[in-house]
Design a protein around this ligand. Sequence first.
Ligand code: SF4
Length: 307
Amino acid sequence: MSYISANEYYRSVFGQKVYRIALDAGCTCPNRDGTKGTGGCIFCSGSGSGEFAASREKSIPDQLKEAKERVARKHDSGMYIAYFQNFTNTYGDEDDLKAKYEAALSDPEVVGISIATRPDAISEKMYGILKDLSEKTKVWIELGLQTIHEETARWMRRGYELSVFTKAVERLSKISGVDVIVHVIMDLLGETKEMMLQTIDYCSALPIHGIKIANLNILRGTDLEKEYQRAPFSLMDRDEYIAFLEEAVERLRPDIVIYRLTGDGAKSALIAPLWVANKREVRNAIAAAFAGDGVVQGKTYRPKGSS
Ligand code: SF4
């Protein structure tokens, strides 16, 4: 089975290896600051699903510089994508955020910007900023959907309805130079295989550019961990998950770039499923199952010491 991996896509666009550098813009999240909720999504760690980004105390140029130095110690050359990962990176003072995006883009080796956010946290002013940015560089907006099923969304405390996501995708996709990457989570509590495939089919029918598919990871310190410890529930084992992925990927539109196929929680915080911790083995098993069709996940450069 063949599909476009992140690395293949980057090489086709930029002609060389591209590294994503996780940055922390110092944002919070409307699902944590009381605007939409206070506890956040049930699986979200206190770092806003950005365990690997650099310290928010440092300026964006300093975060970038440190990350680039670490890349340079291991690799000869490459270009970079500034990946604003932690929490909701379009949420906050728009002028301040714009300045941070521009600070990252002022580095001549940064060839694009990827901004992780929620579809209900993009203001009119921010849409304008994204449009302006897209006239200068490549922009990816990463939206955390996780599931199309409202019942599951309520369980995970997502805080917005599917229609909000769909409208945001449609609006963003009309901005030339902005591409949407959707994050989905499989094996959410209560979801059957059919429900998961419905989420995949729904995304595939939208004007998205890419997708990150993860299996549910239970991380230490989250409300999901408390629920799991109180009443343990079963999660797919590695082979079940890979068999599911084969079916899911087969159904995706062939032009959709696949950025990720597994969960990516910090190894040190992983409670379950433990097979996820052996990333190399999982990658190899996926590659073998997909008959060597180039299953190489897009790499986000991690600060030293993280998993
Ligand atoms: S939207 Fe993202 S940052 Fe906010 S609570 Fe959910 S997972 Fe965490």
